[in-house]
Design a binder for this molecule. Structure first.
Ligand code: CAA
Length: 261
């Protein structure tokens, strides 16, 4: 298995069906430098290609999921440097992963850390988690989807308030606002995320990928186009052995035996 400087990668859950990626740059509160993000993309791609893995969990430390893009790396960066490399464009790699990605957020998820969490498919929070888009405080704005995904997640007024003040919200607020789907005791959080991954792992991997694609299309398409796209994907599941197996198992009152075909 490849080894990483800024990540720990493991396989957990029943038969190792859940990939666990732990951001591990503790001295900088998991600040998301280019080298770290390159490793994260690579680890996610490796797990996405691993046929034994059904879902992926991304977590950080108790203190920080991630405290944002690396401010020390950016301090002396010029506009032209950003243009030349299309700075932060490669962060979108997370959204190209076809298996479900679950963020397990303990501690700070700030700036790019909040943005990475929002690029994941499901976000679970520890009771002490804090979310924020504090870029405004350091003279810039969110640069990896914060103004877009946060607005879609929590609505305009709350997103504006977070982005314009830079103030953090608590796990409780994030839960009330729908930014996360549930809150857990910090020491139970990663296990809960793995359990969720295991639950998803009981289903057909191909159908899970199709379902994720359908939900994500709602962020890009009009309602009419989205419903049409969903319908075609739904029809497409009828070309799969797992669709037949799922329905036959129901009729025969037994558990399905999916083959990911
Ligand atoms: N980049 C680089 N280093 C960071 C960092 C970051 N985003 N966040 C924390 N660190 C470093 C600190 O510089 C410090 O390093 P030293 O020990 O070398 O001084 C170390 O991590 C520990 O941090 P603190 O001493 O600040 O810890 P704290 O407990 O007092 O405060 C905190 C924690 C409130 C999270 C504070 O660190 C903080 O405000 N961090 C910056 C948060 C931020 O502004 N994030 C947005 C970044 S911009 C961005 O993300 C753009 C985008 O949209 C992609």
């Amino acid at each position: 298995a490849p080894s990483y400087d800024y990540l720990l990668v493991d396989k957990r859950g029943e038969s190792g069906c859940v990939g666990l990626v732990t951001l591990n740059r503790p001295k900088a509160l998991n600040a998301l430098s280019d080298p770290l993000m390159i490793e994260l993309n690579s680890a996610l791609q490796t797990l996405d290609a691993d046929p034994t893995v059904a879902a992926i969990v991304i977590t950080g430390s108790d203190k920080a999921f991630a405290a944002g893009a690396d401010i020390k790396q950016m301090e002396d960066q010029q506009f032209v440097d950003c243009l030349k490399v299309n700075f932060l464009d490669h962060w979108n790699g997370i959204t190209k992963i076809r298996k479900p990605v679950i963020a397990a957020v303990n501690g700070y998820a700030l700036g790019g850390g909040c943005e990475v969490a929002m690029m994941c498919d499901i976000v679970l929070a520890g009771e002490k988690a804090k979310f924020g888009q504090p870029e405004i405080i350091i003279g810039t704005i969110p640069g990896s989807g914060g103004t877009q995904r946060l607005t879609k997640a929590v609505g305009k007024s709350r997103a504006m308030q977070m982005c314009l003040t830079g103030d953090m919200i608590t796990a409780q607020q994030a839960n009330d606002w729908g930014l996360v789907s549930s809150i857990h005791p910090p020491d139970k959080l990663v296990d809960e995320a793995i359990k969720l991954g295991e639950r998803i792992a009981t289903h057909s991997k191909v159908v899970v990928a199709v379902c994720k694609e359908a939900v994500n299309s709602s962020f890009e398409l009009s309602l009419g186009e989205g419903v049409k796209f969903e319908k075609r994907l739904f029809h497409a599941t009828f070309a799969l052995n797992d669709r037949k197996e799922g329905m036959t198992a129901f009729v025969q009152k037994r558990k399905p035996n999916f083959t990911d075909t």
